[in-house]
Write a protein of this length. Structure first.
Length: 138
């Protein structure tokens, strides 16, 4: 069995940002040489998320509105965590959207359903962040 590890690096100059990383994950699969297996894609920061959904701008906007209703950024003093970084909302948003995804690899390609794409969602930007891609298989 083969194993392959790669990190993606992100820096958003805004507090929140969303990026489709499907092609970067597929590129890592191509580099790995794995034809049949699994890929783990993990946000390596507690105020960012990796998830799977449709790549549609209206849905991206809806995520922003929905998440802000569930865990509003301000006022900062509504959260006990805040004080040093004022990012409690980012921790909560990450919990809602998830930490990681695991996807099947079949014939060297992501084995996805219709419209499925992998996204990185930043909730506390303006600093460097990482995503781990770990691939195992044959």
């Amino acid at each position: 069995m083969k194993s392959y590890r790669k990190e993606l690096h992100f820096f958003f100059d805004t507090r929140r940002g969303l990026e489709n990383i499907t092609y970067k994950v597929q590129q890592a699969i191509d580099e790995s040489g794995v034809r049949e297996g699994l890929v783990l894609v993990n946000a390596m920061n507690i105020t960012a998320s990796v998830f799977i959904n449709d790549d549609e701008s209206g849905l991206h906007h809806d995520y922003e509105v929905w998440l802000e209703k569930l865990a509003p950024e301000k006022p900062y003093n509504q959260y006990r965590h805040n004080g040093f970084e004022d990012n409690a909302d980012g921790h909560l948003k990450r919990t809602i959207m998830g930490r990681e995804v695991v996807c099947a690899i079949t014939n060297g390609k992501l084995d996805f359903g219709t419209w499925e794409q992998i996204f990185y969602f930043e909730f506390d930007g303006m600093r460097s962040k990482r995503v781990l891609i770990k691939i195992i298989g044959e």
